[in-house]
Write a protein that binds this ligand. Sequence first.
Ligand code: SF4
Length: 211
Amino acid sequence: MNKEKRLEILTRLRDNNPHPTTELNFTTPFELLAAVLLSAQATDVSVNKATDKLYPVANTPQAILDLGVEKLKGYIKTIGLFNSKAENLIKTCQMLVDLHDGEVPESREALEALPGVGRKTANVVLNTAFGWPTIAVDTHIYRVSNRTKFAMGKNVDLVEQKLLKVVPKEFKVDVHHWLILHGRYTCVARKPRCGSCIIEDLCEFKEKTEL
Ligand code: SF4
């Protein structure tokens, strides 16, 4: 895909949604970090349902430690893999208290050192809590980038590198959310909704649908 098309796609996505953000509910960097940890292989809706009850009771690392792992599990038991997520969240809270005064560090290295936090989670937190121009390539971004030919790559790391290279600076902070939302609601996995897609004329996917 050429530069002009990419620019037009980004401009349209921006015009359509000038201030995109995550669909996970959060009010602090810690609430976001915990929600992202809980969201692996689960929907944002299911995570929000759990955190809407958990956060009024405990929304800091110390408060979650005080709650204890068993009570924490009670709040998140409707989310997949809740046992291991609870264990990881408790360990993460302990490290935040011990090493970072109970705050979420604004550092990739420090974030990736936390249990259960990989590059993708660190990218989400750096981008969405701290405004860094990072791009966390999830299944939606991977699919949309390859299908449209906007930024092709054989794995998520390659797509991330390509996106970081081809997306102009002014769009970098928000491109993460535009592509996720586009993949979640329009360019969906099974049958993309090409008929109601705002970038249909620019997308280079060969098997467009009329939906
Ligand atoms: S035209 Fe279809 S394949 Fe291309 S981005 Fe839109 S929904 Fe996805």
